[in-house]
Design a protein around this ligand. Structure first.
Ligand code: ADE
Length: 248
């Protein structure tokens, strides 16, 4: 299980907020998982402390210089035990919940955040084992993607969520979207709460929630739905709670 994350970044502020905010803040403060940033600028040797340079072959933008980046990665690597070195980039494997669970199983992760224009390919070839993308759009750097990945991974670690069940009931935990949720008051601006949720009948509530998750997924995510094989319980839930009982 993951116990340490190192982030190689020119903008540690993007990631440092995770240490103080909400769920990730509590997990990091508890010592369950450690987070440390390494700035390639601290590993430069020239007077200008330059971390990027113009691309060979011309063109717009700058490319991160290999040496400061490699030095930062190597310093992180030798600071603790074996680690997987992963770069955030649009070329990477698309992150989904399955990927998040895989990453949470690693002992230690070193996340390399490149500026979008690029990282010298030789660093990727020599030092980076994996590339991950958070979606088919372009960010100006890997930092927001690293923050997304870290948040998603930390909430999977045992004991991080108050209720262990919450992780199991998350959207996508079972390839389904989440069911709708309600809290007090029971009458809000004239809108009520589905009767079953106030019935106290836990088996009926669980079946209603399952049916809602199934309906939602079918309606909103046909891509997930088409991969689905309905279990006997799913079929029973849908038969008991047909579409007209479904919340949008
Ligand atoms: N860096 C720039 N765009 C990215 C994306 N979509 N995912 C991960 N890292 C990125």
């Amino acid at each position: 299980m993951l116990s340490r994350i190192d982030v190689i970044t020119l903008f540690p502020e993007w990631v440092e907020g995770l240490k103080t905010l909400g769920l990730t803040g509590r997990a990091l403060a508890s010592g369950r998982v450690a987070l440390k940033c390494w700035n390639p600028r601290d590993f430069t040797v020239d007077v200008h402390r330059s971390v990027d340079d113009r691309p060979y072959g011309g063109g717009p933008g700058m490319v991160m210089r290999p040496e400061p980046l490699a030095n930062a990665i190597e310093a992180a690597r030798s600071d603790a035990g074996p680690a997987t070195v992963a770069c955030l980039s649009p070329q990477g494997r698309r992150l989904d919940q399955r990927g998040v669970l895989e990453l949470a199983e690693r002992e230690r992760l070193i996340l390399v955040c490149g500026r979008y224009e690029g990282v010298d390919q030789r660093v990727l070839d020599q030092l980076v084992e994996e590339e991950w993308s958070i979606g088919d759009y372009v960010l100006s750097g890997g930092e927001p993607a690293a923050a997304v990945l870290i948040d998603a991974v930390i909430r999977q670690l045992p004991g991080v969520l108050g209720h262990e069940r919450s992780v199991v009931e998350d959207s996508f935990a079972d390839g389904l979207l989440d069911c709708p949720h309600y809290t007090r008051p029971e009458d809000w601006r004239g809108l009520g709460v589905p009767e079953v949720l106030t019935s106290g009948d836990h088996a009926r509530i669980a079946q209603w929630r399952r049916a809602q998750a199934l309906h939602r997924t079918r309606r909103l995510r046909p891509d997930l739905w088409s991969e689905r094989v309905l279990s006997a319980e799913d079929k029973a839930a849908l038969a008991h709670w047909p579409e007209e009982f479904s919340v949008k």
